[in-house]
Design a protein around this ligand. Structure first.
Ligand SMILES: Cc1cc2nc3c(=O)[nH]c(=O)nc-3n(C[C@H](O)[C@H](O)[C@H](O)COP(=O)(O)OP(=O)(O)OC[C@H]3O[C@@H](n4cnc5c(N)ncnc54)[C@H](O)[C@@H]3O)c2cc1C
Length: 372
């Protein structure tokens, strides 16, 4: 069993770690306080090749899932909000366009998105369809050889700044299909940004379609759910890496703070109850990383990993939430103030309990996959 990273993977980890330390982390607090799309950072992440990592050459760089999640973890350690906006682009917001768009759409829409010059979204969730995507009500109707969409979506990451929308719509009884809609299309309306507890610089908003013409159908008609299942495991492994990244930031903060903070004449990390918090955080982090790396490794070996990805995402997001909570306790009142980033980590990390499937849905899926 070989746990070592290749030289190339180590170089990727170092590149994104340096970028997160030098460019992202210094802006994270201000972006949280004045939420806006982190346009400049997004472009720089594009220049580092992040958005094309998972796509084959020549459009992307054809790297494996293990390399990708190393980069994701480092971005999330700098800011979960920035990482959430970037992973939306590198995975869900461009995936179906990469898979199915043909001809000039690749040149016009895909390549600029992989460079970080334009922004993609995925529109699945609706006011009455969250975990239960089968109840999506947005409809697509074919008229004169074109599809027209009507309905409303919500919680759409990056929608206020988006150039393209990958939209799941109903095309028959319990049948979903995927459509591409471009900014400026008639009847397309991006609503207010949702004021969120965390990941505040990853903008989310409502999106309405009123007899909106789709640029094209992506893939085959009625196959939307099947196509979604193809990337669900990778979305979950990626979300696990997001959770690990923010938890690492919280852990590192607690470790250094507890070595410096003196109470009763000694650093607080000398108190057994504080060091127990640190030990539990370290164990949670390592366990989350091993489970996530294992799920990524299975994918890289071409092995089935839906079950493992669900386990990794469930464990990593719950463990990361525990780690951020413990970090806040170690910092005492400072963990409750906005002068330290731990409070933000605690707010941000809760996103990982929801995105990519809630913990409850994952438990249901995992239990279904268990064999006596
Ligand atoms: C920051 C953020 C960004 C997002 N970005 C996007 C995006 O870009 N595109 C997009 O389409 N969506 C996005 N979402 C939406 C996200 O995918 C949904 O919030 C998620 O699928 C859960 O749906 P819901 O919030 O409607 O909760 P619901 O499905 O209504 O669930 C409510 C509660 O009931 C539980 N529950 C539901 N069904 C079951 C069941 N069968 N068994 C047990 N428990 C159950 C859930 O676990 C949860 O605790 C985003 C969400 C957030 C928070």
């Amino acid at each position: 069993m070989d746990f070592a990273l290749s030289e190339e993977q180590q170089a990727i980890q170092q590149t994104f770690r340096r970028f997160a330390d030098e460019a992202i982390a210094p802006q994270a607090k201000e972006l949280d306080e004045n939420p806006r799309f982190p346009a400049e950072l997004f472009k720089q992440v594009g220049e580092l090749g992040f958005f094309g990592m998972r796509y084959p050459e020549p459009e992307g760089s054809g790297l494996d899932v293990t390399s990708y999640i190393l980069a994701v973890e480092e971005l999330a350690r700098g800011s979960l909000a920035v990482a959430a906006a970037c992973t939306m682009q590198s995975l869900m917001g461009t995936y179906f366009v990469h898979k199915f768009a043909t001809g000039d759409l690749r040149e016009r829409l895909l390549l600029p998105a992989l460079r970080g010059e334009t922004i993609g979204t995925i529109c699945m969730t609706e006011p009455n369809a969250g975990s239960d995507l089968g109840s999506i009500a947005t409809r697509a109707v074919e008229k004169d050889g074109r599809y027209w969409l009507s309905g409303s979506k919500t919680w759409i990451t990056s929608a206020p700044v988006a150039d393209m929308f990958t939209v799941f719509a109903k095309t028959g009884d319990k049948k979903l299909s995927i459509f591409l809609v471009e900014k400026g299309a008639a009847g397309l309306e991006v609503g207010r940004s949702i004021d969120k507890l965390g990941v505040r610089a990853s903008l989310t908003s409502e999106v309405g379609f009123d007899d909106t013409p789709a640029t094209c159908l992506l893939g085959e008609l009625h196959q939307g759910m099947g196509y979604l299942r193809e990337i669900l495991a990778e979305i979950r492994v990626m979300t696990a890496a997001l959770a690990i990244g923010v938890a690492r930031a919280a852990y590192e903060q607690a470790l250094s703070y507890s070595a410096e903070r003196q109470q009763f004449g000694r650093p607080i990390n000398r108190f057994q109850l504080v060091s127990a918090h640190l030990a539990d955080m370290a164990v949670d982090l390592e366990a989350a990383r091993h489970l996530t790396s294992w799920a990524a490794w299975r994918s890289d070996q071409g092995l089935e990993n839906a079950h493992e990805a669900s386990m990794a995402k469930l464990f990593a997001s719950e463990a990361a939430t525990r780690v951020c909570d413990r970090a806040s306790r170690v910092l005492g009142s400072y963990g409750y103030s906005n002068d330290y980033p731990v409070g933000r980590y605690l707010r941000d990390v809760r996103f990982t309990l929801i995105g990519g499937g809630t913990s409850e849905i994952l438990r249901v899926n995992i239990a279904r996959g268990l064999k006596a």
